[in-house]
Ligand binder design. Structure first.
Ligand SMILES: C[S@@+](CC[C@H](N)C(=O)[O-])C[C@H]1O[C@@H](n2cnc3c(N)ncnc32)[C@H](O)[C@@H]1O
Length: 293
């Protein structure tokens, strides 16, 4: 089935509203893209977008009446009078082909590779995580995920327990298990993330070692040797009292999803419980890590 894609530019303040309006008039998916065309996070409710100019891209099936969609956006302030937008058909075949052709195995750190299922593993002795990119967050292409994968690769995870807080596709928990962790727990507020993580664990033969919880279901006394949380700066600040208690004494913690400009403030919420490493950066993103006191 061919698709129709509508793309328009929004600002930090309007992107979320434009996305909601697109969903309200039948978009099958809505993606936010930064200035380099990387997909960016959907903001948490009440959270301010921090990355300035954002393109919002909605996808409809070919039957959709896009005149109605455009009028609806104009009527509700998603498109201002005279604002330019791009509407183009996307052939299903081209779309999938392009996706598949462009998604190559990617290396993180020394041992770890993320490999789409339709490509051969790059090296027999590498640690290969098989993951199919989708609309869900967490394929390794985003710098915040990459920072966490590199960090996990740098640790000796043999027989360690791991918590992946904000597990998304489960990429970090699955990678940790394939790097030798004994067991992992993934936690996410999004039920779709729980399902995606389960699928990806099964695809990688580690589902028996991964437990998944919504936040209000997680064990009360949860502790682990290694804790990784790739969520945004706001939740990381708010959840600091909870996340600080997750690593065992001497255990490792990494926080990601934080812009470089927010790193000091987030780090200060953790420094009473964590001996912090120097902040590590990739593009405009920062990773905060350290060892629990
Ligand atoms: C940026 S994605 C990270 C996904 C994956 N861990 C990765 O590194 O690519 C953030 C995930 O955190 C989840 N999340 C956001 N706030 C959360 C919270 N307060 N508690 C648990 N999960 C949360 C979101 O639903 C989303 O799946």
């Amino acid at each position: 089935m061919p698709w129709l894609q509508l793309r328009l530019n929004a600002t930090a303040d309007t992107a979320e509203k434009v996305g909601d309006l697109m969903s309200a008039c039948g978009a099958l998916s809505v993606t936010f893209l930064d200035s380099k065309d990387n997909p960016v996070f959907e903001p948490m409710p009440g959270e301010t977008r921090l990355w300035g100019e954002t393109d919002v891209m909605g996808l409809w099936d070919a039957e959709a009446d896009m005149d109605i969609v455009v009028s609806y956006l104009q009527m509700h302030g998603g498109l201002t009078k005279g604002q330019r937008y791009k509407l183009e058909p996307l052939e299903d075949k081209d779309w999938e082909r392009e996706w598949m052709d462009n998604f190559h195995p990617m290396q993180f750190g020394e041992r770890l590779w993320i490999c789409p299922s339709w490509r051969d593993a790059p090296a027999a002795d590498a640690v290969n995580v098989i993951l199919d990119p989708g609309l869900a967050f967490g394929t390794g292409t985003h710098p915040t995920t990459a920072l966490c994968l590199q960090w996990l690769d740098s640790l000796d995870l043999t027989d360690k327990t791991v918590v992946d807080f904000g597990c998304g596709s489960g990429i970090l928990a699955v990678a940790a298990l394939k790097l030798g962790a004994k067991s992992a727990i993934g936690i996410d507020i999004d039920p779709q993330a729980i399902l995606a993580s389960r699928d990806n664990a099964e695809r990688n033969g580690v589902s028996d070692k991964l437990s998944l919880y919504l936040p209000d279901e997680q064990p009360a006394d949860l502790k682990a040797d290694v804790v990784v949380a790739n969520i945004l700066a706001g939740p990381l600040r708010e959840l600091a009292p909870l996340i600080c208690r997750l690593p065992l004494p001497g255990g490792h913690l990494a926080l990601s999803g934080v812009l470089e400009s927010q790193a000091e403030e987030v780090a200060s919420a953790y420094q009473s419980h964590i001996n912090l490493d120097p902040i590590c950066q990739k593009e405009e993103w920062a990773r905060i890590s350290g060892i629990a006191k």
